[in-house]
Design a protein around this ligand. Sequence first.
Ligand code: ZN
Length: 555
Amino acid sequence: MMPDWVPLSGAAGVEWLAFINKPNITNSNAYLIRTAGEVILIDVGSDPRQADAINAALRGCAGSGRKLIVLISHCHFDHIGAIDKLDFTSDMEAIIAIEASGANAIEGYDREQTLAYLYPPVPLPRARFGARLFGDTDLPFQASTDELQLGPDLSLPRVSIPLAGGLVLEVLHTPGHSPCSLSLRLGSLLFVADIAAGATPGLVGLAGWNQPALVRSLAALERLLEVDGGIVICAAGHGRLMDPAAMVKALNTARCSAEGLQGVCEKNDARITALKAFALEVLSESKQLFAALAGQVFATHHWLTQLGDEEEAERLLKVLDSDEIEAALADMEAFFDRFNANTDPDLGLVLKASATMQALGQRLREPANLDLIRPTMLRRAISLLDIFLETVRGLDLSIDAAPAEIPVLLAEVVSELDAWSNFDASAAFDAVEDGESFHRFMLARLAAVSAPQKISLDIQPGIPAAAIHGERFKVVVITLLETLSGGGQRQLDVSVLGAGGTVLVRFRGTPALQASELPDLRRKILERLLGAGVSLEFAAGAVEIKVPALAYAEV
Ligand SMILES: [Zn+2]
């Protein structure tokens, strides 16, 4: 349906019309602004139907003697794909403006910089740009170029274009998401294109992405919103309009993640292949984990129904909506198949997986779920989702190891597992009187099913500190213990030895461990989680983790 022209506050006599889509990576939003003397189009998108709707709106402005300025926020295909579908046959004089390097990318059919290579084999549109901003000094309109000062060491290059009625369209150069990214200010409107999405997994590290530039642009726009009370509406290249407070929050969140993205490798072909292999391992692991989590929910529901508390059973089903988990799992399954079948990098697929992982992570972080699911399993799931998202962001997978006392970490793991396995029968008698505590007692009992029955720790004296990421080490040990006990191990013996510059952690079982009890895919993931230089292998009836020891002098 055709959106309506509405007045743009802060600019007398100006109306605007927004073409807003649900966020997707194939077609951007587009905006039309109408002053007494100009029609300004911000982005086109790549959907020909959107171009048709824009054409219809432009026809409505024909015969008014207005000039048309088309401003392209940056050269990505989803913003410009349908530019050749625009109908310039109306009587309007039209100028298409873009940042100079973006013009070069489109005119040079650069499939890398325009990200056209991520989409099915579509041709890049032909376009001729009348105004190459921040490059040509000779622009087809009266414009002045300067720096917008936002603080002692913060400024943005700016082109100011005077419009009819004394209005000024300010174009700001805000690189980072792409070298050619522009933001715009007119009246009460601030348009930031894709900057606020610049730290989204999947978009990070693509051609033209630049971390220091992104952090700077985000900080500058945040500052602009803080100091400029005249901005009332904020618009982006994708998704809905926001008020300034919501935009400040989005920019701030993006900046905080972007600041942690130093040294992200560019997503070249080799990198994408490596990422894909790791992502597939993580996806396969999370599929199993979520199936187990869903199993726990069903089991709990079943037992509560048996206990005659159908109301509570239903409440629990709602807390961790099993339909939702099932849908998410099916989604992930479909994603998995498509990912497997795909030989080219497919950004849409990766973004989809990221969104699923983020949604599942949010579900799992809801405090109400904590007494429903064994916390160790929850932590495994959450760390897997986090690692997946980091992987898609293109972070280097090397892990910050720090000096750690492995015996201390193991003792923490054992006491955590014990807390969920040992029941005080007298607590049940006390709890029976009180419905609420009885539930908690039953839930704790259900949640503890399949934790190892007995774990013994045997630690050689004088174990040196080792270089390892402590939290990840604990997640790996818990996963191992749960995997092995799930395979039927009643008793697990964990011993720690220091030998030849290595701290060796050995897991033995009763009955003796079989190699098949630790599937190779899970072994590989666990080994990766531990970081470079650490091995996790099945050797002679035992699982062994070998961590490089630190000399005492280094600690
Ligand atoms: Zn973009």
